[in-house]
Design a protein around this ligand. Structure first.
Ligand SMILES: [Zn+2]
Length: 245
Protein backbone atom coordinates (compact mmCIF):
# COMPACT_ATOMS: atom_id res chain seq x y z
CA UNK A 1 0.00 0.00 0.00
CA UNK A 2 1.42 3.48 -0.83
CA UNK A 3 2.67 5.31 2.25
CA UNK A 4 0.22 8.23 2.00
CA UNK A 5 -2.71 5.84 1.64
CA UNK A 6 -1.52 3.97 4.71
CA UNK A 7 -0.97 7.24 6.51
CA UNK A 8 -4.39 8.73 5.84
CA UNK A 9 -6.46 5.65 4.95
CA UNK A 10 -7.42 4.83 8.51
CA UNK A 11 -8.55 8.42 9.05
CA UNK A 12 -10.71 8.64 5.91
CA UNK A 13 -14.01 8.97 7.76
CA UNK A 14 -12.87 11.93 9.84
CA UNK A 15 -10.91 13.91 7.23
CA UNK A 16 -14.07 15.27 5.63
CA UNK A 17 -15.20 16.95 8.81
CA UNK A 18 -15.23 20.71 8.45
CA UNK A 19 -11.84 22.11 9.46
CA UNK A 20 -10.12 18.70 9.56
CA UNK A 21 -8.70 17.45 6.25
CA UNK A 22 -5.14 16.25 5.71
CA UNK A 23 -3.81 19.49 7.21
CA UNK A 24 -5.80 18.92 10.40
CA UNK A 25 -4.71 15.31 10.49
CA UNK A 26 -1.09 16.43 10.27
CA UNK A 27 -1.69 18.86 13.13
CA UNK A 28 -3.04 15.99 15.23
CA UNK A 29 -0.08 13.88 14.18
CA UNK A 30 2.30 16.59 15.42
CA UNK A 31 0.52 17.00 18.77
CA UNK A 32 1.61 15.70 22.15
CA UNK A 33 -1.01 14.98 24.79
CA UNK A 34 -0.01 14.21 28.36
CA UNK A 35 -2.50 11.94 30.10
CA UNK A 36 -2.38 12.21 33.88
CA UNK A 37 -3.79 8.84 34.89
CA UNK A 38 -4.86 5.86 32.80
CA UNK A 39 -7.71 4.46 34.85
CA UNK A 40 -11.37 4.62 33.83
CA UNK A 41 -11.27 8.07 32.20
CA UNK A 42 -7.86 7.45 30.67
CA UNK A 43 -8.85 4.07 29.19
CA UNK A 44 -11.63 5.76 27.27
CA UNK A 45 -9.90 9.03 26.36
CA UNK A 46 -6.71 7.20 25.37
CA UNK A 47 -8.46 4.92 22.89
CA UNK A 48 -10.13 7.83 21.11
CA UNK A 49 -7.00 9.98 21.01
CA UNK A 50 -5.03 7.06 19.61
CA UNK A 51 -7.76 6.20 17.10
CA UNK A 52 -7.94 9.83 15.95
CA UNK A 53 -4.19 9.84 15.30
CA UNK A 54 -2.79 12.12 18.00
CA UNK A 55 0.91 11.71 17.21
CA UNK A 56 2.33 11.41 20.70
CA UNK A 57 0.56 10.39 23.88
CA UNK A 58 2.30 10.17 27.24
CA UNK A 59 0.47 7.87 29.65
CA UNK A 60 1.48 8.65 33.22
CA UNK A 61 0.29 6.45 36.06
CA UNK A 62 2.19 4.95 38.99
CA UNK A 63 -0.50 2.37 39.83
CA UNK A 64 -0.73 -1.30 39.06
CA UNK A 65 -3.92 -2.97 37.86
CA UNK A 66 -6.20 -4.25 40.63
CA UNK A 67 -9.07 -6.69 40.25
CA UNK A 68 -11.60 -4.03 41.30
CA UNK A 69 -10.41 -1.75 38.44
CA UNK A 70 -11.70 -4.10 35.77
CA UNK A 71 -15.34 -2.95 35.84
CA UNK A 72 -14.32 0.39 34.30
CA UNK A 73 -10.67 0.47 33.24
CA UNK A 74 -11.23 -1.08 29.86
CA UNK A 75 -7.64 -1.08 28.68
CA UNK A 76 -6.94 -3.94 31.11
CA UNK A 77 -8.01 -7.54 31.55
CA UNK A 78 -7.80 -10.23 34.20
CA UNK A 79 -4.32 -11.32 33.15
CA UNK A 80 -3.05 -7.77 33.80
CA UNK A 81 -3.79 -7.71 37.54
CA UNK A 82 -0.62 -6.68 39.37
CA UNK A 83 1.01 -5.19 36.25
CA UNK A 84 1.88 -1.48 35.85
CA UNK A 85 -0.89 0.46 34.11
CA UNK A 86 1.38 2.89 32.27
CA UNK A 87 3.23 0.15 30.37
CA UNK A 88 0.09 -1.85 29.62
CA UNK A 89 -1.76 1.25 28.43
CA UNK A 90 1.14 2.26 26.19
CA UNK A 91 1.30 -1.23 24.70
CA UNK A 92 -2.47 -1.41 24.07
CA UNK A 93 -2.72 2.06 22.53
CA UNK A 94 0.28 1.38 20.33
CA UNK A 95 -1.25 -1.91 19.16
CA UNK A 96 -4.44 -0.03 18.49
CA UNK A 97 -2.69 2.54 16.29
CA UNK A 98 0.93 1.69 15.39
CA UNK A 99 1.24 5.01 13.52
CA UNK A 100 1.48 6.97 16.77
CA UNK A 101 4.03 7.18 19.57
CA UNK A 102 2.92 6.25 23.08
CA UNK A 103 5.28 6.92 25.96
CA UNK A 104 4.71 5.17 29.30
CA UNK A 105 5.67 6.97 32.50
CA UNK A 106 5.31 5.39 35.93
CA UNK A 107 6.19 8.56 37.81
CA UNK A 108 4.10 9.54 40.80
CA UNK A 109 2.56 12.93 40.00
CA UNK A 110 3.13 15.33 42.89
CA UNK A 111 3.60 19.04 43.56
CA UNK A 112 7.36 18.82 43.20
CA UNK A 113 7.48 17.00 39.89
CA UNK A 114 4.26 17.72 37.99
CA UNK A 115 5.61 20.71 36.06
CA UNK A 116 8.61 18.80 34.75
CA UNK A 117 6.38 15.87 33.77
CA UNK A 118 3.98 17.88 31.61
CA UNK A 119 6.51 20.30 30.09
CA UNK A 120 6.64 20.06 26.31
CA UNK A 121 3.09 18.71 25.93
CA UNK A 122 0.45 20.67 24.00
CA UNK A 123 -2.36 19.59 26.27
CA UNK A 124 -2.92 17.81 29.57
CA UNK A 125 -5.82 15.46 30.26
CA UNK A 126 -6.77 15.22 33.92
CA UNK A 127 -7.88 11.58 34.12
CA UNK A 128 -7.13 11.37 37.84
CA UNK A 129 -9.21 10.14 40.74
CA UNK A 130 -8.00 12.23 43.67
CA UNK A 131 -8.02 15.92 44.50
CA UNK A 132 -4.45 16.25 45.71
CA UNK A 133 -2.95 15.01 42.45
CA UNK A 134 -5.44 17.04 40.44
CA UNK A 135 -4.28 20.16 42.28
CA UNK A 136 -0.64 19.33 41.52
CA UNK A 137 -1.51 19.03 37.83
CA UNK A 138 -3.60 22.22 37.96
CA UNK A 139 -0.65 24.17 39.40
CA UNK A 140 1.69 22.71 36.78
CA UNK A 141 -0.78 23.59 34.03
CA UNK A 142 -0.92 27.21 35.27
CA UNK A 143 2.88 27.41 35.62
CA UNK A 144 3.50 26.12 32.09
CA UNK A 145 0.48 27.68 30.35
CA UNK A 146 -0.50 24.25 28.99
CA UNK A 147 -4.30 23.89 28.96
CA UNK A 148 -5.88 21.07 30.92
CA UNK A 149 -9.08 19.16 30.31
CA UNK A 150 -10.66 18.26 33.62
CA UNK A 151 -13.07 15.37 34.08
CA UNK A 152 -14.39 13.72 37.22
CA UNK A 153 -16.91 10.99 37.88
CA UNK A 154 -18.95 9.44 40.64
CA UNK A 155 -21.89 7.08 40.34
CA UNK A 156 -23.67 8.14 37.12
CA UNK A 157 -22.59 11.76 37.39
CA UNK A 158 -19.73 13.36 35.47
CA UNK A 159 -18.14 16.80 35.24
CA UNK A 160 -16.03 18.21 32.41
CA UNK A 161 -14.34 21.53 31.63
CA UNK A 162 -11.56 23.03 29.51
CA UNK A 163 -9.23 24.96 31.79
CA UNK A 164 -6.76 27.54 30.52
CA UNK A 165 -6.48 30.50 32.90
CA UNK A 166 -6.60 33.45 32.74
CA UNK A 167 -9.04 32.90 29.84
CA UNK A 168 -10.98 30.42 32.00
CA UNK A 169 -11.14 29.50 35.70
CA UNK A 170 -8.59 27.00 36.94
CA UNK A 171 -9.57 23.83 38.76
CA UNK A 172 -9.18 25.40 42.19
CA UNK A 173 -11.51 28.27 41.29
CA UNK A 174 -14.54 25.97 41.39
CA UNK A 175 -13.72 22.54 42.78
CA UNK A 176 -14.88 21.49 46.24
CA UNK A 177 -11.99 21.14 48.65
CA UNK A 178 -13.79 18.58 50.76
CA UNK A 179 -13.04 15.14 49.38
CA UNK A 180 -15.78 12.52 49.81
CA UNK A 181 -15.51 10.54 53.05
CA UNK A 182 -15.74 7.25 51.21
CA UNK A 183 -14.90 6.34 47.63
CA UNK A 184 -18.07 6.70 45.55
CA UNK A 185 -19.36 3.78 43.49
CA UNK A 186 -18.38 4.07 39.82
CA UNK A 187 -19.76 1.89 37.04
CA UNK A 188 -17.64 1.82 33.88
CA UNK A 189 -20.13 3.71 31.72
CA UNK A 190 -19.56 7.00 33.57
CA UNK A 191 -15.78 7.35 33.04
CA UNK A 192 -16.25 5.74 29.62
CA UNK A 193 -18.61 8.55 28.60
CA UNK A 194 -16.63 11.35 30.26
CA UNK A 195 -13.29 10.10 28.89
CA UNK A 196 -14.74 10.12 25.37
CA UNK A 197 -15.93 13.70 25.94
CA UNK A 198 -12.43 14.64 27.15
CA UNK A 199 -11.02 13.24 23.91
CA UNK A 200 -13.59 15.26 21.94
CA UNK A 201 -12.52 18.47 23.72
CA UNK A 202 -8.86 17.57 23.09
CA UNK A 203 -9.33 16.89 19.39
CA UNK A 204 -11.26 20.15 18.84
CA UNK A 205 -8.55 22.12 20.63
CA UNK A 206 -5.70 20.48 18.71
CA UNK A 207 -7.46 20.95 15.37
CA UNK A 208 -8.67 24.45 16.19
CA UNK A 209 -12.29 23.64 15.30
CA UNK A 210 -15.54 24.31 17.14
CA UNK A 211 -15.65 25.67 20.66
CA UNK A 212 -14.19 24.29 23.83
CA UNK A 213 -15.83 24.29 27.25
CA UNK A 214 -14.06 27.51 28.21
CA UNK A 215 -15.57 29.09 31.30
CA UNK A 216 -18.22 26.39 31.25
CA UNK A 217 -18.77 23.18 33.14
CA UNK A 218 -20.56 20.25 31.53
CA UNK A 219 -22.53 18.17 34.01
CA UNK A 220 -23.80 14.73 33.08
CA UNK A 221 -26.59 13.43 35.28
CA UNK A 222 -26.90 9.90 33.95
CA UNK A 223 -29.73 8.77 36.22
CA UNK A 224 -32.24 11.27 34.85
CA UNK A 225 -30.65 11.43 32.17
CA UNK A 226 -29.62 15.01 31.51
CA UNK A 227 -26.62 17.01 30.36
CA UNK A 228 -26.30 20.63 31.54
CA UNK A 229 -23.66 23.18 30.67
CA UNK A 230 -23.29 25.95 33.25
CA UNK A 231 -21.07 29.03 33.32
CA UNK A 232 -18.21 29.03 35.79
CA UNK A 233 -16.13 32.02 36.80
CA UNK A 234 -12.65 32.66 38.10
CA UNK A 235 -12.40 33.05 41.85
CA UNK A 236 -10.53 36.33 42.55
CA UNK A 237 -9.25 34.72 45.79
CA UNK A 238 -8.21 31.44 44.14
CA UNK A 239 -4.99 30.19 45.79
CA UNK A 240 -3.71 28.90 42.44
CA UNK A 241 -4.51 31.50 39.77
CA UNK A 242 -5.10 34.68 41.79
CA UNK A 243 -3.38 37.60 40.11
CA UNK A 244 -2.84 35.72 36.84
CA UNK A 245 -3.65 37.88 33.83
ZN1 LIG B 1 -8.05 29.51 40.02
Amino acid sequence: MPRSKMEFGRYLRQLELNGWGKEGQKRLGAAHVFMAGVGGLGSSAGIYLAAAGVGKITVCDSDRVELSNLNRQTLYGLADVGMPKAFLAAKRLKEFNPQIEVVPNMAEIDHGGAKKLIEGADLVLDCLDNLETRIAVNRASIATGIPMIFAACSELTGHLSFLHPPETPCLECFVSRTPPAVEPPIPGVTPGTMGALQAMEAIKYLLGVGENLTGRLLILEGMEPRIDVVDIERDPDCPACRGLR
